[in-house]
Design a protein around this ligand. Sequence first.
Ligand code: SF4
Ligand code: SF4
Ligand code: SF4
Ligand code: FES
Length: 692
Amino acid sequence: MTIDTKTSVRLTIDDTSVKAASGETVLSAARRAGIDIPALCHEEGMAAWGACRLCLIEVEGLDKLQAACTTQVADGLVVRTNTARTRAKRASYLRMYLSDHNSYCEAPCKDACPAHIDIPAYIKQIEDGDFAAAAATVRKEMPFPGILGRICPRYCEPVCRRGEVDEPIAICALHRAAGDHAPAALVSAHPSGHRVAVIGAGPAGLSCAWYLTAAGHEVTIYDKAEKPGGMLRYTIPEFRLPESDLDAELQPLWDAGVRFVENVALGVDINPYGLLQAGFDAVFVGVGAWQTMPSRIPGHEAMLDALRLLRDVGEGKKPTLSGTVAVLGDGAVAFDAARAAVRQGAQSVVLVSRHPADDVEAGQRELAAARAEGVQIEALTEAKRVKLRKGGKPTALECVRLEADASGKLVEAKGSRFELKVDVVISALSFAPDLGEGDDELTLSAWNTLEANHYTGRTKSEGVFAAGDAVTGAKSAIHALAGGKRAALSIDAWLRGVDLPELEAKLALYAGLPYLEQLADAPQLGELGQRLAERSPVWLKMGIAADRAARATMPTLAAAKRTTSFEEVERGLKKKAAQAEATRCLQCTCPSLGECDLQRLGVEYEITSNELVRPSSRVRSITPRYEHPFIRRDMNRCISCGRCVRVCRDVAGPACYDFRGRGFLMEVDTPYGESLQLAKCITCGRCVSSCP
Ligand code: SF4
Ligand code: SF4
Ligand code: SF4
Ligand code: FES
């Protein structure tokens, strides 16, 4: 735009002197000067509408805020676009729009799942009755929907938006249903000619083998045990994960040609360097964390090792326990040991955790199951000493209560020392990898874990990758599976010549970007980079339109049988129940993610809490219309800015849209509610591109 100096004016916007054509609006002059004023209803080249009120500015000499899109420039005008007052007003309008916005930018459940499974997608497939497609969707990111459906701590569920209406979706039970009601399958790509060795047949190794096989590589898994599964088989008891279900989900690996070599231990029989020498193109190390780290408290020598106990139980040795059993720790191993102790004859079982009960490491699923079986939880408690009777058997556990100090650190509460009468103490506090004699090729951290790149699992030894508990220390199976998958994707890329150090540097940089920049820059990472990237979404607070409906109840083994048998406790959802549960999902995804001004402004104005959003508030709920081949009309996302109405009428011509109703009930539709085709749509797409 050129400005005629005879008719031009000079105004000041945010302390910058700006030349503008008389008759021009402040919004247009500001934009030309590179000053951003938010505007949702304004369409460049069209008459101002002034409806959204996002462009409000302060004009010197005027009390009221003015809309920049309707305020004309004038000589000497002094304007402020970004003051506490304008920001507060814009935030209040954004809160209003978002409170009636029946949609969501992206799914928090998917973000919270360590494997980033496309949860809304598989839930939709279950709703449609296509369990095989649902299982395939889960397997794109996590190979064992049935196994994890039985044992995962469910990181996805506490953040599920459905929880704001009634209860979170039974996400975990649903992917178990997908695994249970559809045959397991692994489709491998055309053979690549590369051979990869996987050391460790636990969750990390199995997951790595799965995705390497899918990419067409020939995989051999080595493990120190007789059968594959690692912790899944040898420490998770039957009552949580029956061996037959484990075997059924692993079967596709063997069907696809993966070799399993048993009784071969890292650092004893094999090492990565030797395997590379033997002709493997890459080696993955995922040996888990099988060593219980000794407790240092007095009397620790009388403690039983939780992993040993669970292994004995798994091997059918049926160790007998009696009296009161105390389990130290609150991870999955501790809870499994406590629940196994109940079944092995303990009169009472108490689990001693340093954390509050609602924050135990194993998650609320295990806490609830253990409590249902009579396990008593001593939360925020630390064991200080095992008192021993003559002969070295425990007689009592001396404990203290913990409380948070001013900095939030847990410290001993004064005068809180107390004793628990116990007969057996089981240690499940901390675990480290068992690396045999050690390996010069692998570097260890101060915690005795393997050092490997966080994103790719690449170690300092060329061609050697590592992930899972051996790298992170003891975490849940889903973390190990996710790590194994990331390593497999990286090994595949490395074998294809991708520069992993460069990718790792990019990913580290990306992780530090603010959310909106992450959304904008994601395509530059490429497909692999996006799957390995760490993101930090900002969760806006929006209204939800949904009728209350109870969450599916997981059928469980009869109470009387639970404490006396090792039969599976959770029995799984039948198809019909799973489909009904799937209908409760709010499908928190949006095709406009990252390209939407409303989302951008919501993030910029930090609308992450919103007093206008209440469970009882009315939120629009309008069936989307997809009759046009390219134009999806979803009025649940409409903010009634009127841009499509005006652009179709004033620029394109056919005037396909108009407003219907008033106030909160207002919506945009074709003049008689007819299809766009009947409204003489010319398919120019202007309405779509003008929608903010
Ligand atoms: S991206 Fe935009 S339209 Fe989609 S849900 Fe978020 S705010 Fe709404
Ligand atoms: S694997 Fe765990 S965190 Fe991921 S979707 Fe399943 S239950 Fe949720
Ligand atoms: S409602 Fe559905 S998509 Fe939304 S967070 Fe919950 S499970 Fe995920
Ligand atoms: S009111 Fe000015 S852009 Fe909407």
